[in-house]
Design a protein around this ligand. Structure first.
Ligand code: CA
Length: 247
């Protein structure tokens, strides 16, 4: 069963725990964050399906978290949690790109109805990917290993595996260097840093090819002026790679 992961960003502990309980009881996999900065970190991880975001938060304001997440994860469903009477927050949140809002205090029924409705509407949820296959090569993203056609194993760095994992999770969509930077490195971009992305991708491509390949597979495609995407011939799976046959 693919349990949907929901990040709950709320500084008031009793409210946060209440939401965690509601989500768990409904079969979701909730993850909690008690301030904006921690929430942004959790929200950027691979495999997050939805964010519940309080707008009044310590360490990093909820609006800032919203803006930052929208910039790097344009399709990630986000529901804001606002207090009764704070219409300004609601308007700011929706203008800032939130998909919906719920007004505190809310019942489990109301919260879950909103969560389910927003999830249904979001077409391009990132899909968690554990392995990739193309041209006789298998990549195990959890072990960070490439199994070459001759059975040899090549190790990927954490960065290389994260980049590949992020492209695979967003298969079919071009991922900008800025997005890779903030998802994989957790920092915002400048010219120098975006070159670092290119460098890691060059190294990654090198590991995924070998001079005696008959035909080369494009694992990572460069989209000029936009960024990168996963190659069209790469199959992404949410299960670990098949064990090699005994010889
Ligand atoms: Ca708050």
């Amino acid at each position: 069963m693919n349990r949907r992961r929901i990040v709950v960003i709320e500084d008031e502990a009793p409210i946060r725990r209440g939401i965690m309980d509601m989500l768990r009881a409904a079969g979701y996999e909730p993850v909690e964050a008690a301030d904006g900065a921690a929430g942004l970190d959790e929200g950027r991880r691979l495999g997050v399906d939805l964010i519940l975001l309080d707008l009044r938060l310590p360490r990093m304001d909820g609006m800032e978290v919203l803006t930052e997440l929208r910039r790097t994860h344009p399709n990630l469903p986000i529901i804001i949690l606002t207090a009764r009477g704070s219409e300004d927050d609601r308007v700011r949140g929706l203008k800032g790109g939130a998909d919906d809002y719920v007004v505190k205090p809310f019942s489990a029924r109301e919260l879950l109805a909103r969560v389910e409705a927003v999830m249904r509407r979001s077409p391009e949820r990132p899909v968690p990917v554990r392995s990739l296959v193309a041209g006789g090569r298998q990549v195990d993203l959890e072990r960070r290993e490439i199994r070459q056609p001759d059975g040899q194993l090549v190790q990927l760095s954490e960065m290389e595996a994260s980049i590949l994992g992020h492209l695979a999770a967003n298969n079919g969509r071009v991922v900008s260097r800025d997005e890779l930077l903030s998802c994989v490195w957790g920092i915002s971009s400048d010219a120098l840093e975006t070159r670092a992305v290119d460098m890691h991708i060059t190294r990654l491509r090198g590991k995924l090819a070998s001079p005696n390949d008959d035909e080369t597979v494009d694992w990572v495609v460069t989209v000029r002026g936009k960024g990168y995407k996963l190659g069209p011939d790469v199959a992404a799976n949410d299960s670990p790679p098949a064990e090699p046959a005994e010889k």
